[in-house]
Write a protein that binds this ligand. Structure first.
Ligand SMILES: [Fe+2]
Ligand SMILES: [Fe+2]
Length: 201
């Protein structure tokens, strides 16, 4: 499918806020790919399509992944499932065949162990794109995203851990596996405890 058609289709399937976010992720992903000598076209396409399933109902997301493996945790959460559903729509509706692009869409919510550089770029671009509401640590993360991809991933995963444990929730096992590449299990447990304590305060 041609770029213009994808763009047109997305504008119709997403609400305005999500469409603006999508364009921000596309632009940021292209910029990061250029900086880190990755494929700019692939990064742009994955950025553009990463949230293509975001505005669907949970039921429709589940229909989109009927032939694709997802765990129970994902199946019941729109926040998690839209990435796998988006991967399936990118392939089956938007005609994307490139596995690198499809996988980058698939993993943009949880991350996973041994991520590719393109997957890291989309994961991070999603968090730092210019239209995102500011959060503590955003400026530092933005800086890292333009200097050191792994330091940025480490920081982003720590922010995610702290956010989740403050809410008294647990990280998805794939996100935990991603973080374990940067932190020892002991340190992760310590950080979870700290987050939980802050939650109780
Ligand atoms: Fe998303
Ligand atoms: Fe997003």
């Amino acid at each position: 499918m041609k770029y213009e058609k994808i763009d047109y289709k997305l504008r119709k399937s997403l609400d305005t806020e999500r469409y603006i976010h999508t364009k921000g992720v596309e632009k940021t992903a292209r910029k990061m790919a250029e900086f880190f000598h990755e494929d700019v076209k692939k990064a742009g396409l994955a950025g553009l399509l990463h949230d293509c399933a975001k505005c669907l109902s949970l039921d429709k997301m589940n229909k989109a992944v009927r032939n694709y493996p997802v765990d129970e945790l994902m199946r019941n959460s729109k926040a998690l499932l839209h990435s796998a559903a988006g991967r399936c729509l990118a392939e089956n509706v938007y005609g994307v065949t490139d596995p690198d692009v499809l996988e980058a869409i698939r993993w943009h919510t949880t991350g996973h162990a041994e991520m590719t550089r393109l997957e890291k770029i989309i994961y991070l671009a999603d968090i730092i794109e210019p239209n995102r509401k500011p959060f503590p640590g955003m400026e530092r993360l933005r800086e890292l995203c333009m200097t050191d991809l792994d330091a940025a991933m480490h920081e982003a995963l720590l922010l995610s851990l702290s956010h989740v444990s403050k809410q008294g929730k647990t990280l998805h096992p794939d996100t935990l596996a991603a973080l374990e590449e940067y932190e020892s299990k002991e340190q992760i447990l310590k950080l979870i405890k700290e987050g939980e304590n802050e939650n109780e305060d």
